[in-house]
Design a protein. Sequence first.
Length: 145
Amino acid sequence: MAVIRDIIPAFEIFQPASIDDAVRLIDKYRGDYWVLAGGLDSMDWLKDRLRRPRYVIDLTQIKELVGIKDTGGGLEIGAMTPLTQVVHHPVVRDKFGLLAEAAELVASPQIRNQGTIGGNVSQDTRCWYYRGTRRRRWWRSTRRW
Ligand SMILES: Cc1cc2nc3c(=O)[nH]c(=O)nc-3n(C[C@H](O)[C@H](O)[C@H](O)COP(=O)(O)OP(=O)(O)OC[C@H]3O[C@@H](n4cnc5c(N)ncnc54)[C@H](O)[C@@H]3O)c2cc1C
């Protein structure tokens, strides 16, 4: 069981308002950044020091990443679209019922309101055992004597 700590180590946070700005930041801080969406998973990784990025790129201000578009033959779902919107969108329910059903099975209404589809599909394991193992492996591979 991981040790729960209350204070997240300091990092510099950026809140880009466009995809282009976010991509520029990702390029600039490659290797030392963390992308933040709804924060449900991210906060655990940061708080428990399993990841200690120097820069956090918060996507919540990028309005163009929110929403669902019917493209005729398919759907375009923005990465920052909350799972609740996916569950209730009429086209998703009508033509992509399995996706609506899967999204509705995620956790609770509160988590579906805050959690984004991009964060859901990008999340790492939620299992503490494997999170801890990854940290130990990372520590061993980067330790300098
Ligand atoms: C109590 C609890 C119960 C849960 N139960 C379930 C469940 O039953 N089923 C299930 O599927 N999930 C479950 N989850 C996981 C939950 O669905 C995810 O934590 C949530 O969807 C993550 O979305 P977020 O927007 O908060 O992303 P964040 O926590 O901010 O990000 C999650 C990860 O995705 C990366 N990321 C986010 N957005 C992007 C992007 N646009 N591009 C690239 N990387 C990105 C982040 O860097 C991070 O690594 C549960 C979570 C909790 C806390």
